[in-house]
Design a protein around this ligand. Structure first.
Ligand code: PMP
Length: 427
């Protein structure tokens, strides 16, 4: 494969954009090499600036669950574009999508739309603090809830990839209100509550983590967190930015049968346009402005193009009875077959998977928290990444990310992917 054009574009971008990218993981810094600049996406495939094509396992980091540029979503966008791009005034469409989501997801009465997952999580903890009158939150090491100050403490995703999970610029005043626990470690959570009685507003968690690679909750972790929050008058926040409408229509709440107090969304909910959302029961959402005193706002919140793309995407998923089991089956095949090939090659590894999210960790037996994710062999991961890239398979460029499998990945794409894995030669 040739990367001349991407290389030239990256050089130029570096002069005008910090690090040449608008979001750090895109720079390929941890895996090395030049990031591939994309120009088209359709179905399961991406085409880069040098006309190389790739089977896409990132899918815009989750939103393109139907595959790229789905014709029905495209049609909706065209129709809406003719009517107007943005009004900054309420539309019927916003109620339509709010009604659809609250009617199809367990345990939420009202939803507020924003423009990113960061905004959704940032607003959710403000609301939790306003509702409980408490300041502190508990988050888990390796979880990523966007880049707002309270969350950039032992954060996953790009923050972990670049080895700076604690960002300069976050004040010590803010940091002191974020308490940390190990993922899957209930004892630490209990200790934090015991040592901070009536001070903890909320526990926020990725119910299936995707930002330290894919890490699953074990031993009824989510159910136990629910109990601990209830015993201590704290809210449980599920960050379903990745998992919402991906693991099941009702997300992790439905899959694990746990009712969170506040739920945040992003990615799939916008069908590829910039959208986030947070939702809860009436008692909590009534505290939000303009009804209540907790302030939150957005110039482009509920943007009609984004709402159209989101609603159409969700309707397509909802009307397809076999959707989630099909995605899960595809992911299961990839998991088992990739694992078989790596084992035949004598490469120690573990693959974590839930629904259509999965990650391969090299030289690991079990990865159930951030420490274990860090101990995986990231050098082998980086070699594997580049091998797959040059064989036309676009994987997330970091061992701290998850693959997002789309419905456009069919037998042919699976076979091409496995063929590429078969050619991988470890050192
Ligand atoms: N929460 C989770 C679980 C995420 O994975 C992400 C982004 N990957 C965010 C929040 C932040 O979303 P955004 O990048 O849209 O701000």
């Amino acid at each position: 494969m040739k990367y001349q054009r991407s290389s030239a574009l990256f050089d130029e971008a570096n002069q005008y954009i910090p690090g040449g990218v608008n979001s750090p993981v895109r720079a390929f810094k941890s895996v090395g090499g030049v990031p591939v600049f994309m120009k088209y996406a359709k179905g399961a495939y991406l085409t880069d600036a040098d006309d190389n094509t790739y089977i896409d396992y990132i899918n815009s980091w989750g939103p393109a669950i139907l595959g790229h540029t789905h014709p029905e979503v495209l049609e909706e966008l065209k129709i809406q574009a003719e009517k107007g791009f943005s009004f900054g005034a309420p539309t019927e469409l916003e109620t339509e999508i709010a009604k659809f989501i609250t009617g199809n997801v367990p345990n939420i009465d009202q939803i507020r739309m924003v423009s990113s997952g960061t905004e959704a999580c940032m607003s959710a903890i403000r609301l939790a603090r306003g509702f409980t009158g408490r300041d502190k939150i508990i988050k888990f090491e390796g979880c990523y809830h966007g880049h707002s100050d309270s969350f950039l403490i032992k954060a996953g995703s790009g923050a972990a990839t670049f080895g700076n999970p604690n960002s300069p610029g976050v004040t010590s005043g803010t940091a002191k209100d974020t308490l940390l626990a190990r993922y899957n470690d209930l004892e630490q959570v209990k200790d934090l509550f015991a040592n901070n009685q009536e001070k903890i507003a909320a526990v926020i968690i990725e119910p299936v983590a995707g930002n330290m690679g894919c890490v699953l909750p074990e031993n009824n972790f989510l159910q136990e967190l629910r109990k601990i929050c209830d015993e201590n008058g704290a809210l449980l926040i599920f960050d379903e930015v990745m998992t919402g409408f991906r693991l099941a229509f009702g997300g992790a709440q439905e899959l694990y049968g746990v009712k969170a107090d506040l739920v945040t969304y992003g990615k799939v909910i916008g069908g590829g346009l910039p959208v986030g959302a947070f939702a809860a029961r009436n008692e909590i959402m009534d505290h939000l402005a303009p009804k209540g005193a907790v302030y939150q706002a957005g110039t482009l919140s509920g943007n009609p193009l984004a709402m159209r793309a989101g609603l159409k995407t969700l309707q397509i998923i909802k009307n397809d009875a076999g959707f989630f089991s099909r995605l899960e089956k595809t992911t299961e095949i990839l998991d088992t077959e990739i694992s078989k090939i790596l084992t035949e090659k004598g490469l120690a590894h573990t693959i974590n998977r839930q629904g259509s999210m999965m990650s391969v960790f090299f030289d690991s037996e079990n990865v159930s928290d951030f420490d274990e994710a860090q101990k995986a062999n990231h050098d082998t991961f980086n070699r594997f990444f580049h091998h797959m890239l040059t064989n036309g398979i676009y994987l997330p460029p970091s061992g701290y990310e998850t693959y997002f499998i789309s419905d456009a990945i069919k037998e042919n794409e699976i076979e091409m992917t496995l063929e590429a894995v078969r050619k991988f030669e470890s050192l």
